[in-house]
Ligand binder design. Sequence first.
Ligand code: BGC
Length: 744
Amino acid sequence: MKTVLLSVLMLLSGVYASSQTPVYMDESRPLDERVEDALSRMTLKEKVAIIHAQSKFSSPGVPRLGIPELWCTDGPHGVRPEVMWDEWEQAGWTNDSCTAYPALICLSASWDPELSYLYGKSIAEEACFRNKDVLLGPGVNIFRTPLCGRNFEYFGEDPFLTTEMSLPYIKGVQDNGVAVCVKHFALNNNELNRHTSNPVVDDRALHEIYFPAFKAAATRGDAWSFMGGYNLFRGEHASYNPYLMNEVLKGEWNYGGAVISDWGAVHDTPSAVNGGLDMEFGSWTDGLKAGQKNAYDNYWLANNYLVGLQDGTYGEDVLNDKVRRVLKLTMRTAMNRNRPWGEMVSDAHRQSCRQIGAGGIVLLKNDKGLLPVNPAKHRKIAIIGENAIKMMVVGGGSSSLKAKYEITPLEGLKARFGKVADIVYARGYVGDVSGEYNGVTTGQDLTDSRSKEELLAEAVGCAKSADLVIFIGGLNKSPHQDSEDTDRLDYNLPYGQNELIETLYDANPNLVVVNVAGTGVAMPWAKKVPAIVQAWYGGSEAGNAIADVLSGDVNPSGKMPYTLYATLDQCGAHRLGDYPGTKTTDRFGNEMWDIPYKEGIYVGYRFTEKNNLKPTFPFGHGLSYTTFGYGKAVLDKTEMEKDGTLKLTVPVTNTGSVAGKEVVQLYVRDVKSSLDRPVKELKGFSKLEIAPGATAIAEFEITSDMLSFYNPASKSWEAEPGTFELLVGSSSADIRSKAKFTLK
Ligand code: BGC
């Protein structure tokens, strides 16, 4: 009788959509309804089980209800190879080699939102093929200091560029049924002491510099999950920081997705329960201590939490909120039956990898038109430097990948020029011979027993004998370079490269320096060396992408996503002397490092411009093999109503002889304001492809958001009436046309 009654009730309440499909399984029903249905069927134990890991990268779902496991993967440059269930070491699969995509800093340097979408789509296809549900990326932390070990995984120093270049990536990933996990919210701006850093940041800098990309991901981007940082803020860990997670993300921004901890970022149960964290991953457990069968029961959000729920320490409402978010994430991904199967290392992926790699390369300097390489003149080409032969996909921390293949720069250049020019190679220095991360090896043996003098002599001889010298050096992904968990120790290039570059220049001034790195470095030789190229970690197609640009097959169109400071002292974080902060203790008596962000909103070009400092290359800088002439910037009106809009148009002509792309940049200057404001701020950009002799029009819509600042007194964004200047240019330091208007 009871069963009959229950069935009737279930039918009436719509639990069954059709005869057999329960509501939570029925993809035609609204997501929230499905979530509520699933939640109502779960036991307390099942609820607790679903909000923490069961292995290094997965959570268990609800087996009894057929709700599948949720599988995460790094992220953000490709799909991480399979590790053991309980260990970081390799599982030893032979079918998990991926296409390694260029580092996100390269994507950002393309200033091309279409490439960003393509990147997201491609990497999601690889994730689908590997049956992964949550891709741990993109990272949208701001490049505050060039020493930060993870700048290569982020989008540079500007909040607007970071926002506009990360949103299409997010869409590309999620359009394919894979969730992004936007990381590391918030203020994970250095790796040194990353578990104990406690940035002290004013509200204005938070809202104007460090929050915008996260806010956009949560609101405009509808990112399905977020990852908290390891660091602290206001003395509380970021991954369950009541201010960051509850007040800002889930409160002000009304975020409905799931908050995932960084791996091992959780330290106690009450804080994790109440601080807005929804899922715990990567905690270090010692199952033996508590005598559990499963070490994961010792997670902070596991048995400890369950006991607290049972004895009334914690209420079920907070738990239900977490479970709802995790169910939603699972339904959007693992339970999406329409998710594509995906593909791995397909021709399309090889191509998109190469296209993005070449699209992000920045031509910093090209005196006397030394580039592109001209085989008619450059019959013998000397390629020098370790980064010409070093594989770079392995290393750098959690973004390290097992690539199906990786083309080094020397291989790419040989493939492109080998038949038309004589190519000779000399290493010049021995830097880093490592080629292993977490059990993945490059297979390269880079050991070299020659002395410094022998290496130098060979390189100089090689340079002297050639018509063109291409030095390919920079950083790599070993500790204290571009690598997670450590910051760089020095702004200079390592391994004596500065001296080597000077010596090579003396030997042969037809010198091109290709700097392969993911963050800023000093270039004391920049005035001398005629051609400088900023290449990044290009992933599988790195060498081909470099060859594409050096040959002119692809006309360079990347622009710097950060200021290339001449010295570290030009960077606010260092000039004002607050890096890496002061040692203190948190409320539990644990070590903590207060880092006052004394420069406030003046990060990157905002700082150099305010202080009249001249960097080696400014933010937004990048040349082409053609030239662009800017016409007059014209506004449709000279006055803007409050909350109104204006239209700005700027004609740009390709005045050279080859087709090219120009990133037209729009900066806004508030001529007079009640609060101090940067000289100007990036508020728009448009990448135009223009044939030789042709003119294209860059169009911008001017809205009041672009004019406003965050007023910490009123806790709101304000656009003050008065005069504004719109500065349109080819870089932050190369403004070609201006227009003015008044905001009423
Ligand atoms: C990193 C995250 C990464 C996670 C999982 C952490 O150490 O900070 O970015 O996604 O590990 O590998």
